[in-house]
Design a protein around this ligand. Structure first.
Ligand code: B1M
Length: 211
């Protein structure tokens, strides 16, 4: 980390104005948007999490850091998104019921769009019913679920069970991801695939539509 450390600092300190202006400056200087996300913004959020665990930061600090991260991501997201290509598939994406974390999900959305997928983003706290409705309405190829809390991981299992009961499970492939999610958990609950990062999500989605 060196040149754009001020972006790291701005996200860590929840300074949204500086996060946006430094992002503009870095992009104007020709810095790769992925570098800004991977080398500065995500490490800053990881440090926010560490400080939260150590009781140095509390929920307000999490919130303002997230707002700064989102402001900077707003500048970057359009650059990750390809245009004018025929969609490789339709992905219904959401953070599962009970979970309000959306920064990782938004990154996954941007990467999938950049990888040529059409993304229907259902937002956060998405119930099984809402996923089922979207699968039917949007003729989705893939359902992508994100969870950041160990306590909301079971919402993924519940959603897959509900898809089975509603008779739509066979129509879609299911990928899951988020910090507490593992390949073993994906296998255990009957998901088709697991992604450990927004970057790998694209390759996984491509494999899923090809299979
Ligand atoms: Co919360 N939070 N939070 N939080 N928060 C965590 C997750 C936590 C680990 C912090 C900590 O204690 N160290 C902890 C969870 C502990 C646990 O479950 N074991 C925690 C907690 C406890 C809570 C609350 C319960 C706090 C409270 O109220 N007492 C509460 C819960 C609210 C709720 O959801 N019901 C809460 C609230 C919040 C805020 C709202 C304040 C805010 C979120 C704002 C927002 O998202 N709009 C927040 C934040 C910011 C965090 C941390 C600090 C940062 C999360 C983040 O954005 N990371 C987080 C600590 C941490 O992660 N270091 C923490 C950056 C993001 C890019 O990473 O989301 O992992 P991530 O996404 C990655 C990959 O996981 C992957 O791709 C992304 C990029 O590569 N990925 C996928 C994600 N989804 C994927 C899907 C895929 C594939 C890949 O396929 C479908």
């Amino acid at each position: 980390m060196s040149e754009w450390t001020k972006l790291y600092d701005a996200v860590l300190n929840g300074d949204a104005d500086t996060a946006r202006s430094v992002t503009d400056e870095a992009l104007a200087a020709g810095t790769d948007p992925q570098t800004l996300v991977n080398d500065y913004m995500i490490p800053a959020m990881d440090e926010v999490g560490r400080r939260f665990e150590a009781n140095d930061f509390f929920v307000p600090e999490l919130l303002i850091a997230a707002r700064a991260m989102k402001g900077a991501l707003g500048k970057i997201r359009p650059l990750l998104t390809a245009s004018g290509v025929k969609p490789k598939g339709r992905v219904v994406l959401g953070t599962v019921k009970g979970d309000l974390h959306d920064i990782g999900k938004n990154l996954v959305a941007a990467m999938l769009e950049g990888g040529g997928f059409e993304v229907i983003d259902l937002g956060v706290d998405v119930s099984a019913e809402k996923f089922i409705e979207a699968i039917r309405d949007e003729s989705a190829d893939i359902v992508a679920m994100s969870a950041l809390l160990t306590t909301t991981m079971p919402s993924m299992k519940n959603t897959i069970e509900a898809l089975n009961e509603a008779g739509v499970r066979g129509n879609v492939k299911i990928m899951i991801g988020g910090a507490p999610i593992t390949r073993e958990y994906a296998e255990e609950i009957g998901a088709d695939s697991y992604g450990d990062s927004a970057a790998t999500a694209v390759g996984i989605a491509r494999k899923l539509v090809a299979s």
